[in-house]
Design a protein around this ligand. Sequence first.
Ligand code: NDP
Length: 456
Amino acid sequence: MSKYDYDLFTIGAGSGGVRASRMAANFGASVGIAEEYRVGGTCVIRGCVPKKLMVYASEFAHMFHDAKGYGWTSDKPSFNWQTLIANKDKEIDRLNSIYIRNLKNTGVDIIQSKAILKDAHTIHLTAENRDVTAKHILVATGGTPWTDSSVPGYELGVSSNEAFHLEDMPQNVVIVGGGYIAIEFAGIFKGLGADVTLVYRGSDLLRYFDKDVSAQVHMELKTKGINVVTNANIEKIEKGDGNIKAVTLTNGDHINSDLVFWAVGRAPYTQGLGLDKAGVKTKANGAIIVDEYSKTNVDNIYAVGDVTDRVNLTPVAIREGAAFAQTVFDNNPTIVDYDDIPKAVFSQPPVGSVGLAEHEARAKFDKVDIYKSDFRPMKNTLSGNQERTLMKIVVDGSTDKVVGCHIVGHEAAEMIQCIAIAVKAGLTKKDFDATIALHPTAAEELVTMREKFIAS
Ligand code: NDP
């Protein structure tokens, strides 16, 4: 009989916490999990999933337009924000209950409460005002949107948390930031009919992607009619008449907006968690410091997902949660491999990317070959849609290995998931060339590019 209430207590029922808890329970551990908001976490409840549904919603605007070139006519389509939000919420409720059911089916105790560490084995559950003890503790509390409180009037803006539940469709949106969330929501609101200004403090949007990707996304945002303001930031936000926020930019521009949206990053959610009481060390930004097995400096406490600020993506958190469960409860020490993780930005058109950007490859290898294709996809010919597709392959010139692939265009994310297998497997440009094209597709370009764009 264990001296603890649980073999494992997980704090946070998001992607990483749920996967770890279910696997640990399947390996025979007694498991409890605490969640203060909703089971499913950021990705399912107020992140990837509702975002993608909203991207689908906004893409219809372009499809109605494109259909005309193919002979379709229809009355002027109209959009109802309340219908979208209600249907989206229904789907999120459905997924939330599946997550709850899956946890219960594996015998995991779900406790709806904030959990605070009291020491290395004791957790206080605030909603029930009681303590539980556990042999192992897993912190999987994720991240939380950050807003810049140094800007006067910052509180008049919202973060992604609120953006999913706006009562009315905003008509004039100012989005701050040049990363994933800023780019994705700029496309969403523009497609749904709002005027959108994107304000980015730097010059290269999505600056951690390949430079060609960054330039192509910038161009496509402008083609869609989004006002992209670079090298500027928000100076102040003031309350105007009614719902209006008067936004002043550092370049002197003024915009009257009914929604200011902070998309300036997320911070690890460790505040008020009692990590100090348990002796768990964090970085300056609050991220929990872990080793390659996701173990903290305290032997029985582990952390996975965004709270550790390694690679902040849902599938990575899931993989880390699984590796933790295998290591601790299946006697199978498992390390996550972080190389060649495919990434997508659901801009319009979307970005799909795997492996090294050109500048990263040039820093790593003596000789780098680049293959590039920029074309108007067949689908956009009759429609008159100006959207283009960019494909870029980065090759280590010494070994011929494809070390990176980057696509901006229709279905880029779907394509890159498959290309990621080839890159991960270490296939060469010769292997790509040996693959017979599938015609007529956009993806066939990936196996028909023969001319080196830049040969070093
Ligand atoms: P990102 O880190 O992607 O981008 C943050 C942006 O805000 C950057 O452009 C940054 O500028 C800018 N910024 C930071 N601080 C300030 C400031 N004080 N004033 C003005 N601008 C500022 O964060 P997001 O919020 O977009 O997304 C958070 C994370 O969530 C992502 O990193 C990703 O891990 C995840 N995510 C993944 C998605 C996907 O997989 N499709 C979708 C959405 C989120 P600079 O570039 O100069 O640093």
